[in-house]
Design a protein around this ligand. Structure first.
Ligand code: G3P
Ligand code: MG
Length: 250
């Protein structure tokens, strides 16, 4: 089971910042998930459509200029990184799941990933591009079938993972509240990996591991990595108390 740091190691560093990505790499994650919006001709790493939750700014992300977004504080003095800055920081150390949020065409992304393969230490197979916008994913697959696609769903689809077939997706990314053994079995029968978000509780991790889920996105990847090491070492369930695990407030 792969462990992706969701928005970086975002429980312990400001989400979607270089600090969160560096911490995730230090913790030994398999991958980093991050969210991108297009501002002018450049992709920036930020989750929300609005600035106020995660930065010192207010207003819509899409109304920013490169100059205005670059001067914001994204927490603890961190900046909102461009995707290029993020990839320069990660530099092939782990996989990168780029979730497309605020953009309406995939050309800027494709150009940037080609440069990242050329100039940074990435193999193209380290990129996994996901989105709730299946139109964008479809367009991407038509243009660049070599890029891996993750079909995101925030619902519990009646026809399970069938949507992933139409996208020619490598993986399906589903909410922890919706994934079931039947969904996992259906996805696997279609040859799709199943990645689940957002998994911050070890009880959930244990259940998902038993279901045969292939990966999880976690805001606290470190306890998940420790827990996974127990799975690998022993067939017996590990004790739930993990040294540096503290349950989330919500
Ligand atoms: O990519 C998994 C997850 O991040 C999707 O939801 O809202 O956290 O971007 P969200
Ligand atoms: Mg995301």
């Amino acid at each position: 089971m792969l462990i992706f740091a969701h928005r970086g190691a975002s429980a312990d560093a400001p989400e979607n910042t270089l600090a969160a990505f560096e911490l995730a790499i230090e913790q030994g994650v398999d991958g980093i998930e991050l969210d991108v919006h297009l501002i002018e001709d450049e992709l920036y790493v930020i989750h929300d459509r609005y600035l106020h939750r995660t930065t010192s700014g207010v207003g819509r992300v899409r109304n920013q200029t490169k100059a205005s977004i670059q001067q914001l504080d994204a927490g603890g003095g961190q900046r909102v990184p461009s995707l290029w800055d993020a990839l320069t920081c990660i530099k092939g150390a782990c996989a990168v799941n780029i979730e497309l949020k605020g953009l309406d065409n995939i050309i800027p992304l494709v150009k940037l990933l080609d440069q990242a393969v050329e100039k940074l230490s990435f193999d193209v197979s380290q990129f996994l591009i996901s989105s709730f916008n299946h139109h964008l994913l479809f367009e991407l697959n038509q243009l660049r079938p070599d890029l891996l696609i993750g079909g995101l769903t925030a619902s519990c689809p009646l026809d399970y993972a069938a949507f992933a077939d139409r996208l020619n997706a490598y993986s399906v990314h589903i909410d922890v509240d919706c994934v079931t053994p039947a969904f996992v079995a259906d996805a696997h029968s279609r040859g799709k990996q199943v990645y689940v978000y957002t998994v911050d509780e070890l009880e959930d991790l244990d259940e998902l591991a038993a279901m045969g889920v292939n990966g999880v996105f976690s805001n606290r990847p470190k306890p998940a990595l420790i827990r996974r090491a127990h799975y690998l070492q022993s067939a017996e369930p590990a004790p739930l108390a993990v040294e540096d695990y503290s349950p989330s407030a919500d």
